[in-house]
Design a binder for this molecule. Structure first.
Ligand code: DCT
Ligand code: MG
Length: 385
């Protein structure tokens, strides 16, 4: 409410707010100086975070630390640095001095030292040390393969392996099909033009096999991101129970199209995942060059296509809103949304449902879920925490 309140004041719009909010704003003005610095909320789901990051030089450094602790599976610092980076991304101003940083939520001593170092020297020595570290570089390379997590990467590292060619040459290393595709064919970045092209292909396919089904874009591209590692979609139908037969139909149709405009390289049904129990599938589309031209990304030399990783999830229609909210992300936004529900509301939120004690709270749209949680609605493009 406060962010909206100060915006309305700036624009001279009439505002109606509760008195306790007014008192809070006044109090923070006296206490910390610039009003903006006092209005930063502790949970990402309370902050509007667009892709226009004004503190990229700090958040890029923090993200190296997050990644390092993720790869080496050290949970505490990973969480702390992720939260700090997320707070800095949400700031409507650029940090130019240390003044006021002590009032920012989730920004601890270590992060402040890093900010100070970057302000003073233009770089962080700890971050540079990590970037130059052989173990970090190798784990990062190995985990860039789809299906390879920190544990496998570390096992290979401890075997003395340092490159893809060494992995492929090692007789004791068995790669599954997904990993084989990952090492040879995938590109890691893609722009929103390609995402639109994939949307057209998937949309056409679904209309052919299930005219009553609905496909919507989710994940990073729904949040308006320009690059991503995959394109995520939710597929659903209003006919109860039919959602589980949708994906096999879609996959079958895509397989028929091999060597036509699109090609399916690989498909795996990923039923078990930490996120939810819905039917889902992972596929890699060969997207014809002509479909992705004009996107600023060249198709690799010598071939007329690029490989695009696609995730499809098919929830039952009555759980659509929970799936959409859970799959839109960002990951930090989702973590904080679930934590907010648990800690501040004593509720349980996941991709399937929202529970207050043992009572299921139904939702038709994402707005219903925000309302159940007593949170202001955030548009997808404001969830880039
Ligand atoms: N998600 C989550 N927790 C995870 C993994 C994913 O809440 N551990 C949610 C948030 C985003 C969504 O699922 C899709 O996941 P990704 O495709 O990995 O994220 P993205 O935001 O689309 O990022 P990218 O652009 O890299 O695909
Ligand atoms: Mg994605």
């Amino acid at each position: 409410g406060i962010g909206w309140f100060t915006e309305s004041m700036k624009e001279g719009r009439p505002v109606a707010v509760e008195t306790r909010h007014l008192i809070q704003v006044r109090y923070s003005l006296m206490r910390t100086g610039p009003a903006q610095q006092s209005t930063v909320c502790p949970y990402a789901c309370q902050r509007r975070t667009t892709t226009a990051n004004k503190n990229k030089r700090f958040t890029d450094a923090l993200e190296v630390l997050v990644e390092y602790h993720e790869l080496t599976e050290i949970e505490g610092p990973r969480v702390a640095y992720s939260r700090a980076a997320s707070v800095l991304k949400s700031l409507p101003w650029t940090i130019e001095s240390m003044g006021g940083t002590e009032a920012l939520p989730c920004v601890g001593e270590k992060t402040r030292t890093l900010i100070q170092e970057i302000l003073q020297y233009g770089r962080s020595f700890e971050v540079e040390k990590i970037l130059a570290d052989e173990r970090y570089q190798t784990l990062k390379l190995f985990t860039s393969v789809f299906g390879v997590g920190p544990k496998t990467a570390d096992k290979w590292y401890r075997r003395g392996l340092r490159s893809f060619s060494q992995i492929l040459a090692d007789p004791d290393v068995q790669l599954n099909r997904m990993q084989q595709n990952g090492t040879s064919r995938l590109q890691r970045v893609r722009n929103s033009t390609s995402a639109r092209a994939v949307e057209a292909v998937v949309g056409e396919t679904v209309r052919t096999v299930a005219p009553n089904a609905r496909v919507v874009l989710t994940g990073g591209f729904r949040r308006g991101k320009e690059f991503g590692h995959d394109v995520d979609f939710i597929v659903t139908t209003a006919e109860p129970g039919r959602e589980n037969s949708l994906l096999p139909l879609i996959m079958g149709r895509l397989e028929e199209q091999v060597s036509e405009r699109i090609m399916l390289l690989n498909s795996e049904r990923l039923r078990l995942s930490a996120m939810d129990y819905y039917s889902k599938c992972f596929l890699i589309l060969k997207l014809e060059g002509s479909r992705v031209q004009g996107g600023g990304q060249a198709v690799p030399a010598g071939r007329g296509w690029r490989a695009v990783r696609v995730d499809l999830v098919a929830p039952p229609i009555e759980r659509f809103a929970f799936t959409q909210l859970g799959w839109t992300g960002s990951k930090q936004f989702e973590r904080d949304l679930r934590r907010f529900a648990r800690v501040e509301r004593n509720m349980l939120l996941d991709n399937h449902a929202l529970f207050d004690k043992n009572q299921f709270l139904a939702a038709v749209t994402e707005k219903d879920i925000f309302a159940h949680l007593g949170l202001e609605y955030m548009e997808p493009w404001q969830r880039n925490a």
